[in-house]
Design a protein around this ligand. Structure first.
Ligand code: 7PJ
Length: 280
């Protein structure tokens, strides 16, 4: 299995880690734009050194209740970081956005993967990606970030998420995005109760056509807080445990903040999976 990201082919024979690089004012802080840019680039370089196979740069928080960000502000946050990381690193740089204008500018700046929590449903998003060769991550979300946790409801969450993702894959293919440029994501925490998140993680192998890589992002999320009773700053062990379990259930890409620990966990899970009868 692989993912074609413009001129780089990401080999997914073994699961890999996507490092999260948030460039929102609350994630970097005090020093003004230039200091924040240097800090963000340094963090991205450090994550690549820790073994991240993709660096995911995001300028708009999608946490429940987060304020919307204008196109101009999002561009100002992410484009300089993407330019510098793409120039310095060999690993694919991803942009976490739903805005077609940000997708286009990010790809022009060197991004080779578009990670969209809205699965390219904004008008113009399919066209912003189609002709570029960039890969896409299509994520499931019920509702919108501001309100999605108010009353999540499903009859059969695995079947509903699988149907949604399959529909978005076909929309991409119809728009000219080849299948080997597409990965899918159940969207842990995006319009889901704990039981929905757990059903999706337990049912990971049934979420998509086996030829399509599945990406899972569970790092530090409230699901872990609910299970362990711990605040976000104390969810490393829970995050690493879920990363290993998701990789052992076939996840191809794990999105994580704590890259070094997650890389080791994923390697261990992958080694054990390979040792199982029929595991390679
Ligand atoms: C995800 C994401 C995720 C993908 C965020 C957070 C919230 N993109 N962006 N999957 N989560 N593809 O990191 O806690 O789960 S933002």
């Amino acid at each position: 299995m692989h993912l074609a990201c413009r001129d780089t082919v990401l080999d997914l024979a073994e699961p890999c880690v996507m490092g999260v690089l948030n460039v929102t004012p609350d994630s970097f802080s005090d020093g003004g734009r230039y200091a924040d840019l240097a800090a963000a680039v340094a963090r991205g370089v450090a994550m690549a050194e820790e073994g991240a196979a993709i660096i995911d740069v995001g300028g708009e928080s999608t946490r429940p209740g987060a304020a919307a960000v204008s196109v101009q502000e999002e561009l100002a946050r992410v484009i300089p970081v993407i330019e510098q990381l793409a120039a310095r690193l060999a690993v694919p740089i991803s942009v976490d956005t739903s805005k077609p204008a940000v997708m286009s500018a990010a790809i022009a700046a060197g991004a080779s993967l578009v990670n969209d929590v809205r699965a390219l449903r904004e008008p113009g998003a399919l066209d912003a990606v189609a002709g570029t060769g960039a890969a896409v991550c299509l994520m499931h979300m019920q509702g919108e970030p501001r309100t999605m946790q108010a009353a999540p409801a499903y009859d059969d969450v695995v079947a509903e998420v699988r149907r949604f993702l399959a529909g978005r894959v076909e929309a991409c293919v119809a728009a000219g995005i080849a299948r080997d440029r597409i990965c899918v994501d159940p969207g842990i925490g995006f319009g889901k109760l704990p039981e929905h998140n757990l059903a999706l993680l337990a049912g990971l192998g049934r979420l998509a056509d086996p030829a399509i890589p599945v990406l899972v992002g569970v790092s530090r999320k409230s699901l872990i807080g609910i299970i362990t009773g711990r605040p976000a700053a104390e969810r490393l062990a829970g995050s690493v445990a879920f990363a290993a379990l998701a990789a052992s259930r076939g996840a191809a890409i794990i999105r994580a903040h704590d890259v070094a620990a997650t890389v080791d966990a994923v390697k261990v899970a992958s080694a054990l999976r390979r040792a199982e009868p029929g595991g390679d």
